[in-house]
Design a protein around this ligand. Structure first.
Ligand SMILES: *Cc1c(COP(=O)(O)O)cnc(C)c1O
Length: 412
């Protein structure tokens, strides 16, 4: 980054500090990852200089000889990897992708249905502080109070009662496999558009480590930067019959010019995700999550739904005598980065809930495996007993850094 150092040493220094942070800590935030050097290179390329409002062959600016090829490649690769009929690779991120789906199929005030945020759903699934809960009428289904799995009877009852225009399945904090078939049946019954938001699990789906929503859903939205390991961006896969409506909603409905450097990064990430190596990676993410869950269980941590089927673990930490926020803060001091999170039917407030949320995509990208999951669970147990013991936390941070040295992160 020699040019950056000359022009703006302050920002250069901060970037360098962030490199060290990402290098020396175990990153357990389930929505984060390490992109490859190839993705980093193209994300920082001159493609950022080009405007290309519209779609291939229907652009509003000249000079699209190259950009058209890049976007078409990204679209083709997305369709091939996920087996979808059509794809739009222009959404700026996951939230605008979801908003585009509502805009395509609902009018202001229309009912839209999604998993409640405090049960694992995303803000954009109709939560009150989001435009999606403000401009549309949200209908929220929840988890079953005993199993902590999606309450599919509730999904059907609410759908029949409110007849939502769009039914959204997908989550930010749900450790189990979602039954897309049931959702599809319900959506058919009430003539709703069935949209799956696979933001968190897209990499698992790509690698065959999670059932694909594509055969069941009208539309599938995703981010590209979580388990899929691409640049920060969004994508919409859809049946051919919805292509026009979705494309129109993305542009000119919601956005201006696409971020071409990101589109190219998505194309590269999709190529990487179509390899056998990535398939192995996706399976390893789940294997690591299952093993970490088991080790945490043995240390007396209480796991929501008892374990995991995917990349994510929700831990109720109250039985270990702590709560989400102080535990997450102490873990960060110990070089283990996660976030505090509500657990289903949480009696505690959202700013200091009962749980933490963990995920294995990042550490699996570094090549960590079973022995490291065991080590991690040990450290987490020690931290929970030493929340205020700065020396103990600093000691673990040193050990974490040493471990990380043996597992170089992609792109760094
Ligand atoms: C992360 C996420 C999003 C939003 O993505 P942004 O890129 O942060 O806008 C949407 N839906 C789900 C389920 C997510 O996990």
């Amino acid at each position: 980054m020699n040019n950056l150092k000359t022009v703006d040493p302050e920002i250069a220094d901060l970037v360098h500090q962030e490199i060290e942070r990402q290098r020396d800590k175990i990153r357990l935030i389930p929505s984060e990852n390490y992109v490859s050097s190839a993705v980093l290179e193209v994300s920082g390329s001159v493609l950022t200089n080009k405007y290309s409002e519209g779609y291939s062959k229907k652009r509003y600016y000249e000079g699209q000889q190259i950009i058209d090829q890049i976007e078409l490649k990204a679209i083709r690769r997305a369709k091939a990897l996920f087996g979808s009929e059509s794809a739009n690779v222009q959404p700026y991120s996951g939230s605008p992708a979801n908003l585009a789906v509502y805009y395509a199929f609902a009018r202001p005030g229309d009912p839209i249905m999604g998993l409640a945020l405090d049960h694992g759903g995303h803000l954009t699934h109709g939560w009150g502080v989001s435009i999606t809960g403000d401009f549309f009428t949200p209908v929220r289904y929840e988890l079953h109070p005993e199993t902590h799995l999606i309450d599919y009877d509730m999904v059907r009852d609410l759908a029949l009662k409110h007849r939502p225009k769009v039914i959204m399945a997908g989550a930010t904090a749900y450790p189990r496999i979602i039954d897309f078939e049931i959702f599809a049946q319900v959506a058919k019954e009430v003539e709703a558009i069935f949209c799956v938001d696979m933001a968190h699990i897209a990499g698992l789906v790509a690698g065959g480590a999670h059932p694909s929503p594509v055969p069941h859903a009208d539309v599938v939205t995703t981010t590209t930067h979580k388990s899929l390991r691409g640049p920060r961006g969004g994508m919409i896969l859809m049946k051919k019959k919805h292509r026009k409506a979705i494309n129109k909603a993305v542009f000119p409905g919601l956005q201006g010019g696409p971020h071409n450097h990101t589109t190219a990064g998505i194309a590269v990430a999709l190529k990487e995700a179509s390899t056998d190596e990535f398939k192995a990676y996706a399976h390893k993410i789940v294997e690591n999550a299952k093993h970490l869950a088991q080790c945490l269980n043995e240390k007396g941590f209480d796991l929501v739904s008892g374990g995991t089927d995917n990349h994510l673990i929700l831990v109720d930490v109250t039985k270990r005598g702590t709560t989400g926020k102080p535990f997450a803060k102490a873990l960060d001091k110990a070089g283990i980065v996660c976030n505090y999170n509500t657990v289903p039917f949480d009696p505690r407030p959202p700013f200091d809930p009962s749980g933490i949320r963990l995920g294995t995509p990042s550490l699996t990208s570094r090549g960590m495996g079973k022995p490291e999951m065991e080590k991690l669970a040990d450290w987490m147990a020690i931290v929970s007993d030493n929340l205020e013991n700065e020396d103990a936390l600093a000691g673990i941070a040193g050990e974490v850094k040493e471990l990380c040295n043996g597992f170089p992160a992609p792109g760094i």
